[in-house]
Design a protein around this ligand. Structure first.
Ligand code: ZN
Length: 390
């Protein structure tokens, strides 16, 4: 019975998925002037300035070049003239294309679903209009690799979906919703990795985390908490109920749980002095070392303080959760965890999934008092405008 329900859910989400297309701006760090599109599988309809002019079948090639503020469109045999916009529309869910910018020459990438091309005076805007769950599967894999348990991928999918939906109006004036760089979430096209990642997205399709005011949360995550997550207000300025510190035994004994570094004692003293700790030089040297049994917001000396997050950033440490020990001319820095420490620890969540916890258990462990719900049940006022059409 459970299997039937699961299959039914997948079928329903695929039906719904047709309408859930997200527009992702591609190669956003470059100004692309010309590109080649190869149809890798399935077939496509070629629409030039709103009119269907041809089909692109498996193995077919299309050349797109910017000329006088318009896109010149050619295939192997035809010249389709110059257009302001070109749509390469998938005719089945198996349709996949490879895109290769040739001016400038950039690495080619493979994408599912549609390609939209918009001419500008100086560049061509390339947009992948893709099913949001396929998009999220690629993002999740880029953020967490392909060797984890499915329950972990479900938790990670919900966080990446919450993040994406919250940012959906960011690039609205550029003709798409999200860019493919770290500014939104890194998206490098289709991967042939673990199929469970796409399944995890489909099985949690639409699910997001909202706070008790029905607002999408700041879906923070990091590599490893080192045994305790950090309260958001210790690092960022605002405090939110759902991002509090959690004692996290699941992150211990994982690959990113510990790190070591060495810095010069003289440089450390100078750093403290430069950052307003004027008592350095007057007080005993043995007390100017950071000690954290539990995570602290500040390193305090006399009446002065420096935020631990600032020390981490200034020294390039892997986390703000560390202790210091004297070592002759040097200071040994023994750290715990990796990343800002806020929200879900990915390695802790992977361990929880291996121990048999569900994605609901994982998210409830790392986030306090959040609602897990379908974003389409949120009030319109809680969603960016582009997400209301889904
Ligand atoms: Zn962006």
């Amino acid at each position: 019975m459970k299997r039937i329900i699961t299959l039914l859910l997948i079928a329903v989400s695929w039906t719904g998925a047709v309408a859930q297309l997200v527009k992702v701006g591609l190669y956003q760090e470059q100004l692309v002037n010309a590109a080649v599109v190869y149809c890798s599988s399935g077939s496509y309809q070629l629409v030039v300035d709103g009119s269907v002019v041809s089909r692109l079948e498996e193995g077919g090639i299309l050349y797109l070049t910017l000329e006088d503020g318009k896109v010149k469109v050619l295939d192997a045999e035809h010249d389709f003239g110059h257009a302001e916009s070109v749509e390469i529309k998938a005719l089945s869910i198996e349709s996949v294309y490879r895109l290769r910018p040739i001016k400038p020459e950039l690495v080619s990438r493979t994408y599912d679903d549609n390609l939209l091309v918009i001419a500008d005076d100086r560049f061509i805007t390339l947009v992948n209009e893709v099913d949001i769950d396929k998009y999220l599967a690629c993002v999740v894999e880029a953020e967490s690799g392909s060797n984890a348990e499915k329950e972990f991928y479900k938790a990670q999918s919900i966080l990446c979906r919450t993040y994406a939906l919250k940012q959906l109006d960011r690039h609205i004036n550029e003709g798409f919703s999200l860019c493919d760089g770290p500014h939104c979430q890194a998206y490098k096209g289709r991967s042939n990795g673990n199929p469970e990642i796409l399944e995890a997205n489909i099985e949690t399709s639409g699910m997001v985390l909202a706070d008790f005011n029905f607002k999408l949360i700041t879906a923070a995550y990091h590599s490893n908490s080192g045994g305790q997550t950090q309260r958001a207000s210790d690092v960022w300025l605002s405090d939110v109920d759902y991002l509090q510190s959690v004692v996290d035994p699941y992150s211990l004994h994982q690959s990113q749980a510990k790190w070591r570094d060495t810095i010069s004692f003289k440089a450390w003293k100078e750093y403290l002095f430069k950052n307003g700790m004027k008592s350095v030089g007057r007080i005993p040297e043995e007390i100017i070392y950071v000690e954290q049994m539990r995570r602290k917001k500040y390193f305090v000396l006399d009446k002065d303080s420096i935020r631990m997050a600032k020390i981490r950033e200034d020294w390039g440490f892997r986390s703000a959760f560390f202790d210091m020990f004297p070592d002759g001319e040097n200071v040994l820095v023994w750290g715990k965890g990796s990343g800002h420490g806020i929200g879900m620890s990915q390695q802790g969540a992977m361990k929880m999934a291996r121990d048999g916890f569900t994605y609901q258990d994982i998210l409830q462990f790392y986030f306090h008092e959040v609602r897990m719900m379908d974003f389409r049940d949120l009030p319109d006022s809680s969603l960016p405008e582009s997400a209301r059409d889904f």
